[in-house]
Write a protein that binds this ligand. Structure first.
Ligand SMILES: Cc1ncc(COP(=O)(O)O)c(C=O)c1O
Length: 397
């Protein structure tokens, strides 16, 4: 059943585990609380399910595998709905407060009280799909124009989903990192506002808000668990998701917080290479991974600041794990519930399976029969054609 997950195909490097307070400083408890309080008031807000995959855990010799299924999040298909839209609201709040010379509340923006001012504030971003969808959705809710840059390999289905939410789409030659650069350049030239999920020197406030929004997932997990997981396997693109979850878990459970394992595609392993080099390192993405949301060559600086302290291990997974992991969720072990997951969602699960079955990595990561592993199923089926192809490739079994 697990023969496709050859652990020899994974890369593993130990984390740097520098000591420090980044988990409570880069993202504070107040950042998380502010985002959670606001997002809970949005129409359609409902915690996503934390699914227990007990049969799978048993088959892997683990106590628990807990899968936070972000597919249903706000009807947008991924956890990203929490980040971009919240950060958009914060930019509008700040700009409108400045224009009026007095503070306005997020509720004022949400209710459309300043619609005329909001309609003149253009928000832009580069995206692999999910972040842009969140921003486009937020802009439509809050009445701001939205412009989104996508690279050559972003599927037309993903582009159409953003267009349908009212965004102006700009497709470029080149890769994700090139699209980030162009979004920045054009925003600067035109007085638009970049709402990016990645940070760079001098640009940290908005990506911090994005990550504060992701903290809602941690709050929901903590609300339903009576004791902490022992491990969290977190897939990463620029590292915002992994760092936000790691910080939230540390704030919630202190010394009892789970061991954080960062998982990346081998084709886009910028955090893995950073850990190996002992400092933040960029790589050039030469070939696009099917895990589209994870295809990033440049870590987010503020995410790295947290992960350099909080991540105990960095793993890479090959492309060949994606299909089997997706199909395993759809056609589960024993009585486990069926889950439909997108390509980027399954990286953490795939790494857990391969790690649990490798004597060496299992030992290195401290996985045993008492382990309770938390996974963030970061997207549902956000690209139906890609999902259908993956399912078809597995035959009828
Ligand atoms: C579905 C999905 N999972 C995980 C990630 C990784 O998030 P981050 O880039 O913050 O590491 C992304 C990013 O776009 C994503 O879309």
């Amino acid at each position: 059943m697990f023969d496709d997950f050859e652990s020899a195909r994974m890369g593993h490097v130990a984390g740097l585990r520098r000591s420090g307070d980044a988990a409570g400083r880069v993202l504070t408890a107040a950042d998380f609380a502010g985002a959670a309080q606001e997002i809970a008031q949005w129409e359609g807000y409902r915690p996503t399910p934390l699914v227990e995959l007990d049969a799978l855990a048993g088959a892997l010799g683990l106590a628990k595998v807990l899968y936070k299924d972000e597919g249903p999040r706000f009807g947008l298909g991924s956890f990203k709905a929490l980040g971009g839209a919240y950060a958009a609201l914060r930019v509008l709040q700040q700009e409108i407060s400045q224009a009026l010379g007095r503070p306005v509340s997020p509720g004022d923006i949400r209710s459309g009280r300043h619609a005329e001012l909001a309609s003149r504030i253009v928000l832009v971003t580069a995206t692999d799909g999910n972040h842009g969808r969140s921003l486009a959705w937020g802009c439509r809710r809050f009445g701001a124009p939205c412009r989104i840059y996508i690279h050559a390999e972003v599927s037309e289905a993903r582009a159409e989903a953003m267009r349908a939410l009212g965004a102006d789409m700009v497709r470029i030659e080149g890769n994700y990192d090139d699209s980030v650069a162009l979004a920045r350049e054009e925003a600067e030239a035109n007085g638009w506002f970049v709402v990016s999920d990645t940070s760079w020197p001098g640009y940290t406030e908005t990506p911090r808000d994005v990550m504060a929004g992701y903290g809602v997932m941690v709050k929901e997990v903590c609300d339903v668990l009576d004791r902490p997981p022992t491990h969290a396997f977190l897939q990463a693109g620029v590292g915002g998701l992994a760092a936000a979850v790691a910080a939230g878990l540390r704030q919630q459970w202190g010394r009892e917080a789970p061991r954080v394992v960062v998982v990346e595609p081998e084709l886009a392993a910028c955090l893995f290479e950073s850990a190996r080099a002992g400092r933040m390192t960029c790589i050039r993405v030469e070939e696009e991974t099917v895990m589209a949301g994870l295809s990033c060559g440049e870590p987010s600086g503020i995410a790295w600041e947290i992960l350099v302290e909080e991540a105990s291990d960095f793993l890479t997974v090959p492309e060949s794990f994606v299909g089997p992991a997706t199909r395993l969720l759809a056609r589960p072990v024993g009585n486990d519930p069926e889950i439909e997951a997108g390509e980027s969602a399954v990286a953490g699960l795939a790494a857990t399976i391969a790690a649990a079955r490798s004597e060496e990595i299992r030992g290195a990561l401290g996985l045993d029969a008492g382990s309770r592993v938390l996974l963030i199923g970061s997207e549902g089926v956000t690209d139906p054609d890609a999902y259908a192809a993956i399912m078809a490739a597995g035959g009828g079994a």
